[in-house]
Design a protein around this ligand. Structure first.
Ligand code: GLN
Length: 450
């Protein structure tokens, strides 16, 4: 049914870069046979899943939406993909995204933008617009996204879906094509909070192949999502993330969601996180710095595209020509920014200062979590904007992540879920943030609101 739905709508939506029909059907048939034979199966066995194209999949094209990886077939699976396959979830294919996960609208894909299923002239958010639309448009019941500065939560917000960025280190990064290694984290994109909890439990867990992977010690996400109980839960509204720049109707839906939680017994208080105002600036130094280093491996020698200039086929000329032709404008912009920020003489002024701000953002979280259990804000300042509206203004594009980025800098988990319809009948999202390792609180508050 999902493959039929993809065939019917994806020509317009462009949520998928690759559909793995034969493999998905083969897994589904295996599950049927296993079930008929009375074999014990994982609760998600047979439930199809779509995977963001920045996650490597053995035998299945993986491009990170970049021309530089066109034609590359990974020889191995990411750890989280191994978990999906071991539990026998049919993998429907790979979803569209901003090239190398750099963007907030999926317009930076080398293979054309994904369109928002609510209004096809609008953006689906980014960088994981494909995963969000695949789920929101009923092409897939579950999807995997990655969130470096908001790429799971912001697309969820503007497509009316649920997205979770887990605690940094709780889902293995082995097999994620790295953008900014100290910020990247994979997580679930679904239609309900309970689905997200189940998928998160499946893909999480310690992995010796990821040096930043955490040992266990997390509560049960599925139990928390089912609890329907927020009595006594203290919710702190982040003062810096509800005023200026946030659309009035987005704020109205946010206030209504808070009122509903208050009605269910939660306590709502205002908290200040004064250093969050510097988070966006720090992110756009740290992220490009790490990306400029991570992307050095795309040199025309090892993966995908290789452009050999006839006049001078030297290694240096091949690298130059390949990177020139293979990377899009936003990727080049960030490589330049990152290389500059890391260069001798500038390191302390830029990268070094940004790392100090990162510590201040972490201390804001620590101080806030002394008096509240979770923090709340609108996920994104506005509903989905129009395709093309911000493509010529990178700074306006970057501002979409103002509410999501602090969690990446601090490694804290976050969830976005729908808060209702705002301008033009389009969905808005509410975000909750919890302390490191307290991801279960997100499911508790999200489950109660759903
Ligand atoms: N939109 C942010 C950026 O462009 C975040 C991207 C992400 O989370 N992958 O960097």
């Amino acid at each position: 049914a999902h493959l039929d739905r993809i065939a019917a709508v994806d020509g317009d939506l462009n949520a998928f870069l690759h559909v793995s029909e034969a493999e998905a059907l083969a897994t589904a048939r295996e599950v049927d046979a296993a079930r008929a034979a009375g074999e014990e199966l994982h609760e998600l066995a047979g439930v199809p899943v779509a995977v963001k194209d920045v996650v490597v999949t053995q035998g299945m094209p993986t491009t990170a939406a970049s021309k530089i990886l066109e034609g590359w077939i990974p020889p191995y699976d990411a750890t989280l993909v191994q978990s999906l396959r071991a539990a026998r979830l049919p993998i429907l294919g790979k979803t569209n995204m901003d090239e190398f996960a750099m963007g907030s609208s999926t317009e930076n894909s080398a293979f054309g933008p994904t369109r928002n299923q609510w209004d096809r002239e609008r953006i689906p958010g980014g960088s994981g617009g494909g995963s969000a639309v695949a789920v929101g448009a009923y092409e897939a019941p579950l999807a995997i996204g990655t969130d470096t500065g908001g790429s799971i939560r912001q697309p969820a917000s503007v497509t009316g879906t649920v997205g979770v960025k887990p605690t940094y280190g709780s889902v293995s990064r082995y097999g994620l094509i790295a953008m900014a290694s100290s910020l990247d984290q994979a997580g679930p994109v679904t239609r309900t909070v309970q689905d997200a909890a189940a998928l998160h439990e499946l893909i999480g867990g310690h992995d010796p192949r990821d040096s930043t992977s955490l040992e266990g010690g997390f509560g049960s996400f599925t139990e928390a999502a089912r609890a329907q109980d927020v009595k006594g839960l203290r919710i702190g509204v982040i003062e810096e993330l509800e005023g200026e720049g946030f659309d009035p109707l987005v704020r109205a839906r946010f206030e209504e969601s808070l009122a509903a939680l208050e009605g269910a017994g939660a306590e709502i208080v205002r908290v200040s996180c004064p250093n969050f105002q510097y988070a966006l600036g720090a992110y756009y130094l740290i992220m490009p710095s790490e990306a400029s280093s991570n992307l050095a491996k795309f040199d025309g020698m090892r993966f995908g595209l290789r452009v050999v200039p006839e006049e001078s086929p030297t290694a240096e000329a091949v690298m130059k020509a390949t990177r020139g032709a293979g990377f899009g404008d936003e990727v080049k912009r960030r490589i330049l920014l990152g290389t500059y920020a890391l260069s001798a003489g500038y390191y302390d002024a830029y990268y070094g200062s940004a790392q100090k701000v990162r510590t201040l953002v972490q201390s804001d979280f620590a101080a806030a979590f002394e008096s509240v259990d979770v923090l709340a804000s609108p996920t994104a300042p506005t509903v989905a904007f129009r395709l093309g509206e911000k493509t010529s203004d990178p700074l306006a594009m970057y501002l979409n992540d103002v509410a999501t980025i602090p969690a990446n800098l601090a490694g804290t988990p976050g969830i976005s879920l729908p808060s209702g319809l705002a301008e033009d009948g389009l969905p808005a999202g509410i975000q909750f943030l919890a302390p490191v390792r307290a991801d279960d609180r997100l499911y508790r508050v999200g489950g109660a609101l759903e």
